[in-house]
Write a protein that binds this ligand. Structure first.
Ligand code: CA2
Length: 146
């Protein structure tokens, strides 16, 4: 059985409350509940954590070292700015899938850059909140490779 960690970064606690044309109408708790159930259906355990603070996300990653098999992270705006978060992902050596609700490549140029992408196994973006389920499939598939 795989232990997975889902991290959501700054402002993702606002999912479903504003900008539904970009981020949809599911709340973060809808998304997390669905993801936990989906992981369970795949015989995995998914733990969820959201923070608006870079350091708290880094602390959660450090705590996951040696305990978690795979990470899914929607780092929000920190995706495009945070070398510290990138270093944390790289230093804990846990396979990580980068996730975004929106298609960051079809948006403003500053969103085309991802520090997380440099250390992630791969990136899922543009599929709305369904991407959280795709990311579970992606990380489980990655973990089961020979
Ligand atoms: O598309 C994504 O998932 C993003 O990671 C969301 C970030 C954005 O900075 C990234 O470029 C792409 C923003 C999260 C803000 O979330 C909100 C959700 C609903 C209402 C307001 C903000």
């Amino acid at each position: 059985m795989s232990n997975l960690l889902l991290l959501n970064g700054p402002n993702l606690n606002l999912l479903g409350t504003r900008q539904p044309e970009i981020y949809g109408s599911d709340t973060l708790s809808d998304v997390e509940d669905r993801a936990v159930e989906y992981a369970k259906s795949k015989s995995a355990v998914l733990d969820c954590f959201q923070s608006n603070h870079e350091g708290a996300l880094i602390d959660r990653l450090h705590a996951a070292r040696g305990r978690v098999d795979g990470v899914i992270i929607n780092a929000g705006g920190l995706t495009h700015t945070s070398i510290a978060l990138m270093d944390a992902i790289s230093s804990v050596e846990i396979p990580t899938v980068e996730l975004h609700v929106s298609n960051i490549h079809a948006r403003e140029e500053f969103r085309h850059v991802s520090y997380i992408g440099r250390v992630a196994v791969g990136q899922i973006c543009g599929f709305g909140t369904y991407g959280y389920l795709l990311a579970i499939d992606a990380i489980l598939n990655h973990l089961s490779r020979p």
